[in-house]
Structure formats: structure tokens, C-alpha cells
Write a protein that binds this ligand. Structure first.
Ligand SMILES: [Fe+2]
Length: 388
């Protein structure tokens, strides 16, 4: 009997993992394919992959051991017709010690400079990179009031910082981020803490996600109207600006004003290159609204009253942060969080313009190593605003 080729399929994760998050599906590759080979996919399969991502937020392809780094680049480009050919963090990795984006000691792969090596532990001779001492950042370095040593010893953790992969200056954020796990430490599960006292069992070092669409659904009609009539202005050189700031316990915002760097202490910048984005972005496949705010980096808000058409700028930083935090805090509840449990060989792609994500865990307290590749390609298209 001739062998019948099974095409690529998208299979949503179990309800027990998805809960109310609206996130997570597995990609089952065509039966003839063990490693993702994008040029060999049919146009219909590429479309399924694309729509599968925008509908499910996170797609997981298992057992991609030995995949080439260029496949991460091809996958990111498949999801963005306007993708450029370099990482959204710049053609070269940021090495400035003042930039919080270089505190994890990551580097780029020489044969695929669009791909960053991240993880935890000493890595020698990987992909022609210099010896690396990778740092898995954890909330103790960034939260105003971190968990006690005892709570951490008992396996509790928090989200480090909720964000999109977005430089917020010059290069536009990639539509999708692709991650590949080459080494995953075998550690006991941890407990993710919520300000409500709620807890959630997660894998140590899980990457946590919530959906901007789920977040938008949780807003009142008045808040929704405010959100889609508002533009978020980010700070110039935002990551340097907040380098000395500390976060709220949920990792969504900055706890106290006053430690932001003075503009004169920032690397030179041009306001025209500092990003401002609509507060609500339109899903490119299904048209749904996603509330997308990188709360730690907000600077001011411009909002238009739909009744009068009058636009005002909210400059008071406490007020700006309170507004954004108020809109986002309610989504940080266990039913809305998908926490990816990494397995060696996983290829994970997420909708960077439709979700927020965060590091969790305290991997640096363990000797075991973690090694991941990450790719987020700069885009030429600005996020499309959702309008009612
Ligand atoms: Fe990220």
C-alpha cells in the first residue's frame, strides 16, 4: 500500500495547560519531516503555521534536536513578510554594561548572527562563540521587595519582568520570537506566586506568557474604549533609563518613581527614533484586539476622548504607571498564565506582538546548565492599531 503523507497539523495543548490563557498549541510536522524544513512545507502548511501562531500565541515543536540556527531565522521571517535580516536588538549583540539587556552575558552565533545564545552556566566552544558565562536573570535582581531567602529555598518564584521583545528605539519589534532548547536542567518544580496569594506549580525556569487578547477581554467597556484611544510613549533608551529601578511584585511595572536615569546620563538619542505604539494592537490573522504595554518602560500616554475628539498627554509618571498597571494587573492570575515547561529539543515560537512573556525561576542557584537559542527579527512594519 502506498504510504499516505500526513500534512502539518496544529493541535491545541490540553485544557489543563491552556486553562483560560488562550495560549498554546503543538505543531505536528508532516509525517515525512522530523526536523522543521520550512522550504519543504506546502503553501497551505505555511498558512496553517502562520494562523496557528496568531490564534494560539505559542506554538511548540518537539524533538528538534540538531536543528540548524538558520531555521529559527527562516521561521521568524515566515511570520513577518516585512522582516529584515537582523535581530531586533541590532545587527550586533549589545555589550554595554549599562544596558540591562546585556546583563545575561548572551552572545550571537557567528554563522547565524540573528540568533542569540542565552541560558545559565559556563559554556565553552559552542557554535564558535567565545567562552560564555550565561546568567539566567531572576526576580531578586529586579524586584523592589523580592521573596525571602526562605521562600526561595522552598521553591517559590516570581516573574522577572513582563515584556515584549522590543528595543523601543529605532528597530521595530519582531512579530514572532523563536526559541530552541539545547540543554534543560533537570530540577524540581517551583511555585509561581501571585499577589492574591494564589500559587501555580511550574517547571523550574519556565517561560511564562499571558495573552494581550485575554487581557483586553478582562477590561471593562470603559477601559477598553480608553485603551484603543490611547498611545503609549516609551522612554528614550528605556532599558538604560530603568537600569536602577525596581519592579512591582508581579513584574509588570516599576514600584517607585525616582531612580530613573536623567536624560543627560543616557546614551545619545533622537526622539524621532524613540518608539510610541498604540495601546491595543490588531491580531493580523483574526483581527482581535491585544492590549500590549511594556509596563516597566512606559514614559507618557496620549489619549483622545472619543466624545470630544480632544487629545491630552498624561506626563505624570506615577499616574502613567498606575493606569497601565491597573489595566494589566488583573491578567496576572494563574488561569491566565501559560508557563512553558522546557524539554530538550523544543522549538517554541511565540507571537511577540500579541503576548507578554517573562523569565521565571532561580536557575543560577543550581549547578546545572541551560542553553537556549533565541531569535527575534527586526520588522519593517509598525504594529497595527486596533480600532473598534
Ligand atoms: Fe524576551
Amino acid at each position: 500500500m502506498p504510504h499516505i503523507e500526513e500534512p502539518l497539523r496544529i493541535q491545541p495543548l490540553d485544557d489543563g495547560l491552556r486553562k483560560d490563557s488562550q495560549i498554546g498549541a503543538e505543531v505536528v510536522l508532516p509525517s515525512s519531516m522530523s526536523l522543521l524544513d520550512i522550504p519543504s512545507l506546502s503553501e497551505n502548511e505555511k498558512k496553517l503555521l502562520r494562523n496557528g501562531l496568531f490564534d494560539n500565541g505559542v506554538l511548540v515543536i518537539r524533538n528538534q534536536h540538531g536543528i540548524e540556527p538558520k531555521v529559527l531565522v527562516q521561521l521568524a521571517k515566515l511570520l513577518d513578510d516585512t522582516a529584515l535580516d537582523f535581530h531586533s536588538g541590532g545587527a550586533k549583540q549589545v555589550t554595554d554594561p549599562n544596558n540591562i539587556l546585556s546583563q545575561n552575558h548572551c552572545t550571537r552565533i557567528p554563522r547565524a548572527p540573528q540568533v542569540t545564545v542565552i541560558g545559565q552556566g559556563v559554556v565553552r566552544g559552542h557554535e564558535g562563540t567565545p567562552d560564555l558565562d550565561l546568567k539566567h536573570l531572576d526576580h531578586t535582581a529586579f524586584h523592589e521587595e523580592p521573596l525571602s531567602d526562605e521562600a526561595i529555598r522552598n521553591g517559590h518564584t516570581r516573574p522577572y519582568r513582563w515584556h515584549m521583545d522590543a528595543p523601543l528605539y529605532e528597530n521595530l519589534p519582531g512579530v514572532a520570537t523563536v526559541l530552541h532548547a539545547l540543554e534543560v536542567p533537570d530540577l524540581p518544580d517551583q511555585t509561581l506566586d501571585f499577589p492574591s496569594g494564589e500559587e501555580m506549580d511550574i517547571a523550574a525556569g519556565a517561560t511564562a506568557f499571558f495573552s494581550g487578547a485575554r487581557n483586553f477581554d478582562l477590561l471593562t467597556p470603559t477601559e477598553q474604549q480608553f485603551a484603543w484611544n490611547t498611545t503609549v510613549q516609551y522612554a528614550p533608551r528605556a532599558y538604560e533609563w530603568i537600569k536602577d529601578c525596581k519592579a512591582t511584585a508581579d513584574g509588570l511595572s516599576i514600584a517607585k518613581k525616582g531612580r530613573e536615569k536623567d536624560e543627560s546620563a543616557l546614551p545619545s538619542f533622537n526622539w524621532e527614533k524613540v518608539h510610541s505604539f498604540p495601546m491595543v494592537w490588531k491580531n493580523p490573522a483574526n483581527g482581535r484586539p491585544h492590549l500590549q504595554i511594556l509596563g516597566c518602560c512606559v514614559y507618557s500616554l496620549r489619549t483622545t476622548d472619543p466624545a470630544t475628539g480632544k487629545t491630552v498627554t498624561i506626563n505624570d509618571l506615577d499616574e502613567v504607571r498606575n493606569i497601565c498597571h491597573g489595566l494589566q494587573a488583573r491578567v496576572y492570575a494563574a488561569p491566565n498564565i501559560y508557563a512553558h515547561r522546557w524539554r530538550r529539543g523544543d522549538l517554541v515560537v511565540f507571537h511577540n506582538r500579541g503576548l507578554m512573556h517573562s523569565i521565571t525561576g532561580q536557575l543560577s542557584q543550581h549547578p546545572e546548565r541551560r542553553l537556549l537559542w533565541q531569535c527575534n527579527i527586526a520588522s519593517q512594519s509598525v504594529p497595527e492599531a486596533y480600532s473598534s
